[in-house]
Design a protein around this ligand. Structure first.
Ligand SMILES: Nc1ncnc2c1ncn2[C@@H]1O[C@H](COP(=O)(O)OP(=O)(O)OP(=O)(O)O)[C@@H](O)[C@H]1O
Ligand SMILES: [Mg+2]
Length: 329
């Protein structure tokens, strides 16, 4: 069974003590004086209880307020949105101040450890994707290319009745190669590692436009933004998810991706569509896409801003610190 709140417990104990004291005082008074003149004992008792409850409630509530506020902060803390700290309140007793400071130190440690752990998981996941993409590209794709070439060679000397069958098999092999390359690119585009973020995004946007038959433009104010490898991967994945949302939810007629501040201290990557938009409460709908974007931004020490106006469109803006710098929040 859940115990009553501390304040209720203190009030109850105090009330019981006062009642007992009043009863004891009354019986001693009766025994000493032997007369029962004056107000009736029950009235005295009721008045004592009432005054005790009111006075205690008033005093105790003020005393417990700092603890109450600390509890509220503890309940609200979300490690995915770091930076919340319990603030000192007026008349804070020393033991509550100690509790608050200890809680803040613990929070800082938890946030740091969580970021380190999540970042290690994300880096490992990206490394695994890169390895898989390389294997698919270098080995499976090579094998399929060899199959396709042998089929072409076989078709040359094959009897005419097998020609259609061989041509169809070759077509299937070529289609499998294309699908495989698309899968490898989705896992980790070689352009990102070989040429950097801007060419990789340009290709991603072009292919998105072709695939969804939607005008998709790309613009950048430089070719090599001053970003580390991890930050570039984060930017690429955020754009990938934002574009996937445009395709799946926006009903947009056009989309625009920009990379600005390539030579500055902050690099801004934006994805803007002119689609349906969505109400702000969907931002916390608990789905994984937008939450994943936030998580990635947090791990790259970046800021993400999703602005959406129903019937006007959505803009996802990621602000990354240039290499070696921190972003002002
Ligand atoms: N560009 C957009 N235009 C219109 N609505 C959007 C857009 N981006 C997101 N939304 C809305 O916000 C919701 C949450 O998006 P989010 O990416 O988190 O989840 P999801 O795309 O539904 O699922 P998941 O990404 O996990 O596969 C979407 O379901 C959609 O309603
Ligand atoms: Mg999504």
């Amino acid at each position: 069974m859940r115990k009553a709140a501390l304040l209720t417990q203190v009030l109850t104990v105090n009330t019981v003590l006062i009642v007992l004291t009043v009863i004891a005082a009354l019986s001693v008074g009766v025994r000493l004086n032997g007369d029962l003149t004056g107000p009736p004992p029950l009235l005295v008792l009721a008045a004592a209880v009432l005054v005790t409850i009111l006075a205690n409630n008033f005093v105790m509530r003020r005393r417990f307020a700092p603890l109450e506020s600390l509890t509220r902060t503890m309940e609200e803390v979300d490690l995915a949105v770091p930076g919340t700290r319990a603030q000192p309140s007026d008349d804070e007793p020393t033991d509550v101040a100690r509790l608050r400071e200890t809680f803040n130190v613990m929070l800082h440690r938890l946030e740091t450890e969580r970021i380190a752990a999540a970042s290690a998981v994300l880096r490992a996941q990206e490394a695994e994707r890169a390895r898989l993409a390389r294997d698919l590209h270098d080995e499976v794709n090579q094998a399929l290319a060899a199959v396709s070439m042998r089929l072409a060679a076989t078709a040359e000397g094959a009897p005419p009745e097998l020609a259609d069958e061989l041509a169809e098999t070759q077509r299937l092999a070529t289609q499998a190669m294309h699908e495989l390359l698309a899968l490898a690119r989705e896992l980790r585009p070689a352009a990102l590692d070989d040429h950097g973020l801007v060419p990789a995004l340009r290709t991603q946007v072009r292919m998105f436009g072709e695939r969804w038959s939607m005008p998709a433009s790309f613009a950048a104010d430089g070719t090599r933004p001053l970003l580390g490898e991890f930050e570039q991967i984060v930017a690429y994945r955020v754009v990938q998810e934002a574009l996937s949302n445009v395709a799946r939810h926006a009903h947009a007629t056009r989309v625009k991706v920009t990379v600005m501040g390539c030579n500055g201290t902050e690099v801004k990557v934006t994805v803007t569509d002119d689609g349906d938009g969505f109400a702000p409460d969907r931002l916390n709908s608990g789905r994984s896409g937008l939450a994943g974007m936030r998580e990635r931004a947090l791990l790259a020490n970046a800021r993400i801003d999703v602005r959406s106006i129903p019937d006007e469109g959505t803009t996802v803006e990621l602000t990354l610190p240039a290499r070696g710098l921190r972003i002002a929040s």
